[in-house]
Design a protein around this ligand. Structure first.
Ligand SMILES: Nc1ncnc2c1ncn2[C@@H]1O[C@H](COP(=O)(O)OP(=O)(O)O)[C@@H](O)[C@H]1O
Ligand SMILES: [Mg+2]
Length: 301
C-alpha cells in the first residue's frame, strides 16, 4: 500500500549497545534551523523497547455517566519518546489523555476502571495526591490559555503555588522554562508585559513553558498546534522533538502528517477502542489492521 504520509526512515539509526533502561535519555536531537531537517530520526521499535515504560495503561474503561467512551485500552508509553494518539473526532483521544493525569476527575459523573501506572505506581490508588500527580504529568491544551497576568507571572505561578518564594530561584525557573519552550529570545526583554499580548504561537509556547516550570516528567498535549499557523506549528513540532530528550510526551493530533513528523510511537483509536499501536514508521507504512489502513489512507475520518 502507499500513503502520502512522509516519515523519516529510522532503519539506519543504531543505538549505543551500552545503553539500557537505567541509562539517561537518548542523545540530544539536533534540529537544524535553516532546513528544519532533523538530524536524528524517530526512535525505532527496538530503541523504544529498551526504554523504561513511563506510563502503562492496562484494560482501561471510561464512562461519562452511562456512556462508555473507552473500551479496555492497554497502552505502554516509553520514556523519552513521543507517543501520538490519532483517530477521528470523538474516538476518545482526549478522554484517554485526560485519564493520564486524572483531569477527568473534574468532570462529574465519570468513572474509570482498569489500571494506569506512572513509574509503576497506580495513579488511581487511594491516597494519590492529585495535585502532585498533575505536576508530574503536565498538560497543554488545544487552545492556549495564558492567565491574564505578565509573562513572568504565568511561568512563576506553579512554582509559587508549590511554595517557592525566593526571587532568584523563580527568576531561574522562568528563564529555564522559557528557554526550553524556545520562547526566551523573543520575550526576555518584556517579561512584565501581559501574556495576552503575545501571538497565538507564542502563547502556546508560553503554556508549554508554564507546564515545564513545575518540573514534570510527562507532558500531555491535546492538539497543541491545531489553532496555529504553519510557521508556529513547525516551531511547536520542533520543540516537541527537542523536549523528548528530557520529558516523555503524549500528544493528541488529528493531523496524521504531524503524528508522522513528531512521534516515535502512534496509537490509532476508533470509537473508543485502541485498534493498533506501533512504531510510527511501521504503523504508517505497514499497518496490521484494515481499519488503520482505511484511516491513514483517508477512506474515512
Ligand atoms: N465532558 C464530556 N461529557 C460527556 N461526554 C463526553 C465529554 N467529553 C467527551 N465526551 C464523549 O466521549 C467520546 C470521546 O470524546 P473525546 O475523548 O473528546 O474524543 P476525541 O478527543 O477523540 O475527539 C465522545 O463520544 C464524546 O462525545
Ligand atoms: Mg479531542
Amino acid at each position: 500500500m502507499s500513503t502520502d504520509v512522509v516519515i523519516s526512515d529510522d532503519r539506519a539509526s543504531s543505538r549505543d549497545p551500552r545503553m539500557n533502561e537505567t541509562t539517561p535519555p537518548l542523545p540530544t536531537v539536533k534540529v537544524s534551523a535553516s532546513t528544519n531537517q532533523r538530524e536524528t530520526p524517530s526512535r525505532s521499535a527496538d530503541e523504544m523497547a529498551q526504554q523504561a515504560k513511563k506510563v502503562v495503561a492496562h484494560n482501561v474503561d471510561f464512562y461519562y455517566g452511562s456512556h462508555q467512551a473507552l473500551h479496555a485500552i492497554s497502552l505502554e508509553v516509553p520514556e523519552h519518546c513521543v507517543t501520538a494518539l490519532i483517530g477521528p473526532s470523538g474516538c476518545g483521544k482526549s478522554t484517554f489523555l485526560r485519564c493520564l493525569n486524572r483531569m477527568n476527575d473534574m468532570i462529574e459523573g465519570t468513572r474509570v476502571c482498569g489500571d494506569i501506572l506512572l513509574d509503576g505506581e497506580d495513579i488511581y490508588r487511594r491516597g494519590t495526591d492529585v495535585v502532585e500527580l498533575r505536576k508530574r504529568v503536565g498538560m497543554v491544551f488545544q487552545k492556549s490559555n495564558p492567565f491574564p497576568k505578565s509573562i513572568y507571572e504565568n511561568i512563576a505561578y506553579g512554582p509559587r503555588v508549590a511554595g517557592l518564594r525566593k526571587r532568584a530561584v523563580l527568576d531561574e525557573i522562568v528563564e529555564t522554562s522559557l528557554r526550553q519552550a524556545a520562547l526566551w529570545d523573543e520575550v526576555h526583554h518584556r517579561l512584565d508585559d501581559s501574556a495576552l499580548q503575545l501571538s497565538g504561537g507564542q502563547q502556546q509556547r508560553l503554556c508549554i513553558a508554564r507546564a515545564l516550570a513545575t518540573d514534570p516528567d510527562v507532558l500531555l498535549m491535546d492538539e497543541p498546534a491545531s489553532a496555529l499557523d504553519p510557521k508556529s506549528t513547525a516551531a511547536i513540532e520542533d520543540l516537541i522533538f527537542e523536549l523528548k530528550t528530557t520529558y516523555t510526551i503524549v500528544i493528541v493530533t488529528h493531523n496524521m502528517q504531524q503524528a508522522a513528523r513528531v512521534s516515535d510511537q502512534t496509537a490509532f483509536f476508533f470509537e473508543g477502542h485502541l485498534i493498533e499501536v506501533g512504531a510510527t514508521n511501521a504503523l504508517f507504512t505497514k499497518p496490521t489492521q484494515q481499519k488503520t489502513e482505511d484511516y491513514i489512507t483517508g477512506r474515512f475520518g
